[in-house]
Design a protein around this ligand. Structure first.
Ligand code: NI
Ligand code: MN
Length: 231
């Protein structure tokens, strides 16, 4: 499976037969200068962790262009359905089989709202994703603070690759993110949600050294926007 990082929390998972996009924040993403929403041609599904602009992003445009199904918590999926795209509604703890694999929504300690003309419109709960695709188990934490049940997620899933926020301010910082990796026991870790805005600037080498201390078995895969990693 090829993992393409588009900066912030946006990942493109290219499996043998399907492509899944997570949190496609492209327009207005200072780290996504290598690609435009219209450049996505074949996308089967878009997973959206919550309604904030830096995650919902260009979901509607890409879903309209590609026919991708939008998968999210029920309230946010309902909002997207109202804009005319195909959706699948889920909620935390629930798992569903899709043609590309299975998706289970996990807890994320964060909130979810859609900005509609400067007002915050309720969008259900923020979530993370456990994805089983092409024999790999992936965990995208969404936006979240550190929580103890990451240990439970790690105990019940052999995570091949975890995508973990390290930006601090809105989400976990490097110290909590490294501790999260200890709880999750993921084999490989890609840090995300940093360096997009001034208040989430981080030196990724600090996270890498904290990861060595907290979860020495975990391998850090620091990715630059536009880079591809072969899992
Ligand atoms: Ni957020
Ligand atoms: Mn965010």
């Amino acid at each position: 499976m090829r993992i393409i990082y588009h900066g912030h929390s946006c990942f493109e998972l290219k499996g043998t037969a399907h492509t899944v996009l997570i949190d496609p924040f492209i327009k207005g993403n200072a780290l996504a200068t290598h690609i435009k929403p219209q450049d996505f041609k074949e996308v089967d599904a878009i997973l959206v962790s919550h309604g904030h602009r830096d995650h919902l992003g260009d979901t509607i445009e890409i879903a309209n262009n590609t026919g991708a199904i939008v998968i999210s918590v029920a309230e946010l999926a309902k909002y997207c359905a109202g804009l005319g795209v195909k959706v699948h509604r889920m909620h935390i703890g629930g798992k569903h089989d899709f043609p590309f694999g299975t998706v289970k929504l996990t807890q994320a300690v964060h909130c979810s709202a859609i900005d509609v003309e400067g007002r915050s419109v309720y969008a259900g709960l923020a979530c993370g994703f456990l994805i089983n695709m092409d024999g790999f188990c992936l965990y995208h934490a969404g936006d979240t603070g550190l929580f103890g049940d990451m240990e439970l997620i790690g105990r019940r899933n052999f995570i091949d690759l975890a995508m973990i926020p390290i930006g601090d301010n809105y989400v976990m910082g490097p110290e909590d993110a490294a501790y999260a990796c200890k709880l999750l026991k993921a084999k490989e870790v890609i840090p995300m949600h940093f360096n997009t805005f001034p208040e989430i600037n981080q030196d990724v080498s600090e996270f890498i050294s904290l990861l060595k201390e907290n979860a020495p078995e975990a391998k850090c895969i620091p990715m630059k926007p536009g880079e591809t990693y072969e899992l």
